[in-house]
Design a binder for this molecule. Sequence first.
Ligand code: SF4
Length: 251
Amino acid sequence: MQHGPLRNAYLDALGIDRWVRRDAPAEAPIEAPAAPAPQVAEAVAPKPPAVPVQARVREPLGPITDWGVLRERVATCTACDLCKTRTQTVFGVGNTQADWLIIGEAPGGEEDRQGEPFVGRAGQLLNAMLLAIGLPRESVFIANILKCRPPGNRDPKPEEVSNCLPFLSAQIALLKPKIILAVGRIAAQNLLATDAPLARLRGKLHQFGEANTPLVITYHPAYLLRTPADKRKAWEDLKFARDTYQRLVTN
Ligand code: SF4
């Protein structure tokens, strides 16, 4: 956990106001106050009903025990039409021994150009969010539901998700994360096979896959850039995820 000036710098990066008692010592740890406003769902556009993850897997990949093989399978994939418009696949990045797996929705324009998830302004905010709970970007693994960019950054289509999810499942099987942090409505709904709005999925401990990996939901950093008032709620989610992880590793 970050304390004092360092953590304050991260909270500033998140845009979270720090409340300081006038009589408090200068270096006292400060907790961000609970969100006072009613929750607002990130979801606005209607989407087709979610289908359970396993039911969507059209062609099982089979066991893949090597990161290099999996990376090559992704790089050469033509299972959906997104292969026609991508610049390159975006496999994921980070520590393949990580306890934390961060899952987003799909590559955007900059990710498509650079071949790395969460770059640009949203990536910088994600980095700040992770640092706020003591996680340098290079200490976690970051991946998306889709490995190719949907044109115009539209929402993924169900058939695209069904074709691409086996890659994420294979990444999870190799990584064996202790905790998953899903950022944004699309990632959350697809991992949990639900149409529930993000507001109903936050603040709870979910489980994912056969390993029942603990799963925590928060906002996508791109959404937080558009809606900075919700950064305070994201901070609550991050503390919840951090505390959940610490309970897991100390038990
Ligand atoms: S989005 Fe996934 S399934 Fe579709 S072409 Fe890219 S890697 Fe293959």
